[in-house]
Design a protein around this ligand. Structure first.
Ligand code: XMP
Length: 474
């Protein structure tokens, strides 16, 4: 047998080359997530239950990337997480949260908490049409102690509204003139058709890099498994506005993963954007693209919380997996994600240089404020909990949720533990992207395509690795 050598990030460095790029600012980090979706930065938060729910997904999209909501939730809860992202920032919210006038204040508080909104529109349903009769905001509820009161007794009745075709400038002017934060859009007959909020306008101004859909809403993805409920889950997620569905299975070159890709493509046609994975060989890339994938996820065992390679002896060192698939992906005209094993911006740059279109991050983002993982405080130092989705802890919880097991013993293929608390995701993302931009300037590239084209790797020895880190400095 001819045994090839596999390499990973720490085995190589990128060769610097003649460059006319003087500043990181002159580099463009626009990247293709899948055939029909592009991002402003090539970063994705992992579909793991200690990494991505709506908070992280919102942060990632605002920074120009995307988050993939994990699938270890009921369909209803996962849909809710997608909707929270879609509602977070809009040119116009098409289906604002509404309540009837007879709702109690206690019920409204629950709705506002569940939907993550700071106010609701009060409507009467007349002949199937929603007639706007009032508005209730967090401020109206602030000092109201009697939760049994009806909304109609507390709401503002004379609501400042605009027509659905109001221009953004006019909307801003109305919000300013009336010192209000929400501008419902109604037809001449008073039917509610949308909502413009001050928060959305401010968010747009503060986050010019945001990754958005055609309606101006933040991009978000959601993961599905290869289970009996996959089609109904995908259907509900698409209806909630998910831009991309990630088929999340440890071995993506399994027949069930191929069949699930085919099934989703057949069921939803062009209405679904599918990313399939995880894989590590060009054959797998070809099979999944043939089955209907619009994007691929590459990485078997490189992740920080992965033990697959130790437990099974299977895997491909991540840089080799990326290099191998890059060639095939170009021929297939399909973008792919480098998933797992990125420890710093240098690894991130090497993944992009090797030909990945984007990178998925678990560990580094798990320590952020926006991740759903638990905080741990140990002797004054803050950490967050992070676990592999095939870890003992995660599988035990899944069994509890899914109800029972088939009694067949399966070794865990993931670890769990704590990672340093890293503050806001923006800090981690900015650090990664800044390193990537600098790397691009070393290689004389202004775009990621050019960066890959200009990349030449050099292998290093253990001494080279020692030399690469800080040394001799106390
Ligand atoms: P990082 O290194 O960014 O990697 O933390 C995140 C990726 O790790 C994968 N993952 C797992 N792999 N067992 C594995 O072998 C697991 O339990 C596990 N959980 C997550 C996944 O691809 C993720 O995006």
């Amino acid at each position: 047998m001819n045994i090839r050598e596999g390499l990973t990030f720490d085995d190589v460095l990128l060769l610097p080359r003649r460059s006319a790029v003087f500043s990181r600012k002159d580099t463009n980090t626009k990247a293709q997530l899948s055939r029909n979706i592009s991002l402003n930065i090539p970063l994705i938060s992992a579909n793991m239950d200690t990494v991505t729910e709506s908070g992280m997904a919102r942060a990632m999209a605002r920074l120009g990337g995307i988050g993939i909501i994990h699938r270890f939730l009921s369909i209803e809860r996962q849909v809710e997480e997608v909707r929270k992202v879609k509602r977070a920032e809009n040119v116009m919210i098409e289906d604002p949260v509404t309540v009837p006038p007879e709702t109690t204040l206690g019920e409204v508080r629950t709705v506002m908490r569940r939907e993550g909104v700071s106010g609701v529109l009060v409507v009467k349903e007349i002949k199937g049409k929603k007639q706007l009769v009032g508005i209730l905001t967090r401020r109206d509820l602030l000092f109201e102690t009697d939760d049994r009161l009806k909304v109609s007794m507390v709401m503002t009745k004379n609501v400042v509204c605009a027509q659905p075709d109001v221009s953004p400038e006019k909307a801003k002017e109305l919000l300013h003139t009336h010192r209000i934060e929400k501008l419902p859009l109604t037809t001449k007959e008073g039917e509610l058709v949308g909502l413009i909020t001050l928060k959305d306008i401010l968010e747009r101004m503060q986050n010019p890099m945001s990754a958005k859909d055609t309606k101006g809403r933040l991009l978000v993805g959601a993961a599905v498994g290869v289970k009996d409920d996959t089609v109904s889950r995908a259907d509900a997620l698409l209806k909630a506005g998910a831009d991309v569905i990630v088929i999340d299975i440890a071995h993506g070159h399994n027949l069930r993963a191929i069949e699930t890709t085919q099934l989703l493509r057949k069921t939803f046609g062009a209405k679904i954007e599918i990313i399939a994975g995880n894989i590590a060989t060009p054959e797998a890339a070809r099979d999944l693209v043939k089955a209907g994938a619009d994007g691929l996820k590459v990485g078997i065992g490189p992740g920080a919380a992965c033990t697959t390679r130790i437990v099974t002896g299977v895997g491909v060192p991540q840089l080799t997996a990326i290099l191998d698939i890059a060639e095939t992906a170009i021929k297939l005209d399909v973008p792919f994600i480098a998933d797992g094993g990125i420890k710093n911006s240098g690894d991130f740059a090497k993944a992009m240089a090797a030909g990945a279109n984007t990178a998925m991050i678990g560990n580094l983002l798990a320590g952020c404020k926006e991740s759903p993982g638990e905080y741990i405080l140990d002797r004054g130092v803050a950490y967050k909990y992070y676990r592999g989705m095939a870890s003992y802890d995660a599988t035990r919880e899944k069994i509890e949720v899914d109800g029972g097991t088939d009694g067949f013993f399966r070794s865990p293929e993931g670890a769990s533990g704590r990672v340093p608390y890293r503050g806001e995701a923006a800090m981690v993302v900015m650090d990664l992207v800044s390193g990537l931009r600098s790397s691009m300037s070393y290689l004389g590239a202004t775009s990621l395509k050019e960066f890959t084209k200009n990349a030449e790797f050099i292998r290093m020895t253990d001494s080279g690795r020692t030399e690469s880190g800080p040394h001799g400095v106390k």
